[in-house]
Design a protein around this ligand. Sequence first.
Ligand code: AMP
Length: 191
Amino acid sequence: MFNLILFGPPGSGKGTQSENIIAAYGLQHLSTGNLLRTEITNQTTLGLEAKRLMDQGQLVPDQVVIGMVGNFIDAHPEAKGFLFDGFPRTTAQCVALDALLKEKASEINIVLALEVSEEELVKRLLGRGATSGRSDDINEDIIRARIKEYHDKTTAVATYYAQFNKVVHVKGEGTIESIYADLKKEIDERI
Ligand code: AMP
């Protein structure tokens, strides 16, 4: 298996670039944000509790997302590899993911970190909120809270994988095509 984490703040282009990467490499896309939004649409107990936190730009508890990811990996035994998008977001999630992959005799091969300035992120997210219907993309205060949450907790994820020399930083500003070309180059060197 080839497992990749696409890492970066909200609005850094993870969703868009994930689509390009899974199409090219046949990886299974695992977005915890999408899984949580499906729970909300289905009005499950988990979804209702998650929505309260997501609407405030806060993270959903580790055990909840780790459980969802474990179920997703088990449900795709035929996968050539996974592209993790929006997960892991905390050190506890990194440790749990390593353990889940080890059970499958596998590991994370590369962490691609997209880098975008805060002003560009806010601009992109407000633009997305105008058309996507995502309630957490409409309000600038919530957007800034999510970016702060990213810096407070999630940068620990880059630190965690840096100790294994797995992190590659890629500039996330420019055209979608040029950013994808930079990501592809890094993947091709390791796959
Ligand atoms: P995203 O679509 O990745 O931007 O995620 C939207 C929201 O879902 C986040 O702001 C969090 O509230 C929640 N969420 C998604 N993934 C995770 C995760 N790995 N850990 C905790 N909360 C998450």
